[in-house]
Write a protein that binds this ligand. Structure first.
Ligand code: TRP
Ligand code: SF4
Length: 340
């Protein structure tokens, strides 16, 4: 990744405001953003229009979650001095570029995006047979190309969207920029390793499974959740030995605990030398050490929402400045010089 090369890259990534952020977001996405923001030009945005592609019937979700999400970003350490933090719909140029791309994008390119049919199947309770849902990877292409990003940190499921983005960039350059330098670079995916942190029950951490630790929840809540986490079912009694590999608590130890602690836990579990509560206490110490400073910061930040609004307003302006520069060039390329 970029950390090894000296040349800063222009990086763009977005997150949908659809609910409270949890440890899965923090470990899987935000920690990568944190690393990238130091040596690169980063743009991080709240993808509110994307949230509407699936939640169009319930737009209040965006309003209810967007500022909490932005506060979480800041509390975790996203630094507005280093990265441009903004809200997608505050930069309407994304929509203009999306429209212009829609004219030149063959339908099959969108129909074959693997998430398309999957999501329609999976989210049966929502009617996703809409124009906007089919087109949302193209909106994502506009999000990326409008900043002429070099790289996009994404999870595996989003790689086909970046691939589509490259195809759209190529098509635009090919159709309109023959004999002149291409306008859009072809961005690459910075593949984020999937977070190894599962949810409290061992499945993927997800709001819909009700197995999350939220960044903003109180310590008491986290403590209770961990204490009631399922463990290896073989350990019915304190003196029944267990198998850590069959226990979600062990997955947390693999991320949080030191090697010595892990050796102790492994030995203690398999010989019934320790109880599950002892084992969880070790984990709780690590979680507290990690989360408490973030939560303190979060409370501090949330007490000054005017400052957060200023940060985002400033980010919106910086993003908009970049986006309008690109749109000037796009309009010129499409011979739209008759506009007054
Ligand atoms: N589609 C992404 C998601 O659902 C969010 C997103 C929107 C995004 N635009 C983007 C991610 C541009 C990276 C780059 O998670
Ligand atoms: Fe899980 Fe720890 Fe109990 Fe073993 S001792 S079953 S790893 S909680």
């Amino acid at each position: 990744m970029s950390e090894n090369s000296n040349k800063p890259m222009r990086i763009l990534s977005g997150m949908r405001p659809t609910g409270k952020l949890h440890l899965g977001h923090m470990k899987g996405v935000l920690e990568n953003w944190l690393r990238l923001q130091h040596d690169n030009h980063c743009f991080f945005f709240a993808a509110d229009w994307h949230a509407l592609t699936t939640d169009y019937a319930n737009p209040s979700i965006v309003k209810e979650t967007i500022w909490d999400m932005l506060v979480d970003w800041l509390a975790v350490g996203i630094d507005p001095e280093k990265a441009v933090v903004f809200i997608q719909s505050e930069v309407p140029e994304h929509a203009e570029l999306h429209l212009l791309f829609s004219f030149m994008t063959p339908l099959p390119w969108l129909e074959r995006v693997p998430t398309y049919k999957d999501q329609i199947e999976q989210l049966k309770e929502k009617d996703l047979g809409t124009y906007g849902f089919l087109g949302y990877p193209l909106l994502q292409a506009a999000d990326i190309l409008i900043y002429r990003a070099d790289a996009v940190p994404v999870g595996e499921d989003q790689v086909p969207h970046v691939e589509l983005t490259r195809e759209v960039a190529r098509r635009f350059n090919h159709l309109y920029r023959q004999g002149i330098p291409p306008l859009f670079p072809e961005p690459k995916s910075l593949l984020l390793p999937a977070s190894k942190l599962p949810g409290l029950d061992g499945r993927k951490m997800s709001k819909s499974y009700n197995n999350t630790i939220e960044i903003s929840e109180e310590w008491k809540v986290t403590e209770k959740k961990v204490k009631t986490m399922p463990t290896d079912p073989a350990r019915v009694h304190r003196d029944d030995p267990g198998t850590p590999e069959k226990c979600p608590v062990w997955d947390f130890h693999k991320i949080y605990s030191t090697e010595t602690e892990r050796a102790e836990v492994h030995e203690g579990c398999t010989t019934a030398g320790i109880g599950c509560l002892d084992c969880k206490k070790i984990l709780l110490n690590h979680l507290e050490a990690e989360l408490q400073p973030i939560r303190d910061r979060r409370i501090e930040i949330a007490a000054h929402m005017d400052d957060v609004h200023d940060i985002v307003r400033h980010g919106n302006e910086r993003a908009r400045h970049e986006a309008s520069r690109t749109m000037e060039k796009v309009r010129k390329t499409l011979k739209m010089g008759y506009r007054v």
